[in-house]
Design a protein around this ligand. Sequence first.
Ligand SMILES: Nc1ncnc2c1ncn2[C@@H]1O[C@H](COP(=O)(O)OP(=O)(O)OP(=O)(O)O)[C@@H](O)[C@H]1O
Length: 611
Amino acid sequence: MTVIGTARTQSNDNVQEGRLASLRNILPVLRMVWESGPRTVVAHLVLRTLAALIPLAVLVVARWIVDGVVANASAGLGMTSRLWGFVALEFGLAVLGAVLSRGIDYVGVVLRENYVRQVSLRLMAQASRLDLATYEDPAFHDRLERARAQATDRLVMVAAISRFLQLGLTTVSLCVGIVVFSPWILLNIVVCLVPAALGEAYFGARVYALNFRHTPKRRELDYLRQLGASRESAKELKIFGLSSFLMSRYESVSGELRDEVVKLSRRALAGLSLLSVVSSLGYYGAYAFVVYQAARGSLSVGELTFLAGAIAGANRTLQEFSVTGAGIADQALYIRDMLAFFALQPSIRSSTNAVPVPKPIRKGLEFRDVTFTYPGRPEPVLRGVSFHMAPGERIALIGENGQGKTTIVKLMMRLYEPSSGQILLDGVDLRDYRLEDLWHEVGVIFQDFARYEMTAHHNIAVGRIEQHEDPARILEAARKSQADAVIDRLPGRYAQMLGRRFDGGLDLSGGEWQRIALARAYLRDAQILVLDEPTAALDARAELDVFNRFGELSSGKMALLISHRFSTVKMADRILVLENGKVVEEGPHEQLVAVGGRYATMYELQASRYR
Ligand SMILES: Nc1ncnc2c1ncn2[C@@H]1O[C@H](COP(=O)(O)OP(=O)(O)OP(=O)(O)O)[C@@H](O)[C@H]1O
């Protein structure tokens, strides 16, 4: 099974400790940003660099203007062309600043779109690789949820990094301007900002820890919200009067979360307000010192203008710099979840020297003393199951609910591995075959088959998606499963959107959906056909037809059928009866009836209802 990591066991306390370590995660993200569009990244960096230097340039020109005005006034020169030049330069800088900021916004949008697209595609690709068992672990869904949030909501990180770089450059340029006059002024500002920066970092980590802990509850809230407004559940919600039950659950869970968030925000408000007094002291101390120097005549008015602006600017950008830095560190924590998700490895995959599935299969498929226990279940579902399926054979698997019939199919498809025992295809362990090849050669329709909210054409084409542009084969498959009659009645025929999610979509009845799903199995044209209760929703005529087709299987092919309908089951070449995780009876219908065992009792029970 896939290693889920430490999502469930991670305590809040080690979040702070992992904060520094998580800064390492920024690099892979920067790599992803770069890969999503190198040219956009370069354009963004150039624009940010230019924008970063504008504040210093504005202050330098302002100083020239003020000193020029004072000198011209005392010399009685009035406005000179040199002074006009400075004013024009200041205007030019203001226009350039505004244009650069628009440009940064524009390139930022392109960057964001590229990045979201890239990460979402990677998420989809990774999700499709993982083991089925992974999806049954709630800790995995918590992690997936965090990774998804990272791919979409948490883009702030990318924007924050580029803003951080710009702020860094502006801050350095302003600080250099200040240091030229007095390093002590700068030191004073920086030292007073440290407590506020640490405070930001502390509360950022607390917020992350809280979000981390809240993820399962937030998923529950999402589920409740969805359930309360979904078409699938609407009928039952109305009839059972469940809305108020769902709402009260939502109210209590969301109230709990809200209280914790508000409590933490209140603490942050008090703590950070106090610390901001300290940083203001640094700023006003430096400002007072500069005013004092100018009053004593040690600084010119122009220098006072420059320094007052530079101190205010450095104070603001330093604060923003530390807040953005703390924000990036927070985001790096969230990104850890995304990277951890990308790092998950499926344990069911093709081995390095995997072989192709033989065509045709000659000896058949064999379960040899297979035992299987689901993760998290104390008892095995299958306990030493053994049977053989020969090419050309049609086997029916029967048993009461929960006896492990579908589990056998999942093991046949290597969606799970047996806990012990072996499954052999032509005498070779399934694990030695190429996984994709195996899935290709087994056509399966599960009991809970998917209803794709796509066109009728694509609903069938998913059975062999590489042939989705071959309408003739799709038509043929629809004809075999009698889905053609259903589709011919639809206004849009094969182009008809199915389901109600999208505009113009039409829903089908249970049996109609089942015929469409069956068409997928026929389209697959695999060597092993597995139908898990394929006829449950079919009417009697359609069911008979499915089984007549079953009889048309060419040699080398085999079929496994799971059904609770004995009218269907009795047509199989051989019937396996599953009970308490074991095959307890095996043989053709007549033989099993004659034996008078478990099968005969079940058959009699159902037959008596029709007499
Ligand atoms: N993913 C799972 N995790 C844990 N237990 C599971 C899982 N899937 C099935 N089970 C359990 O394994 C047992 C066998 O399930 P399976 O679906 O194979 O039964 P089945 O014979 O196909 O039943 P039915 O006739 O109701 O379709 C059941 O007790 C079921 O609760």
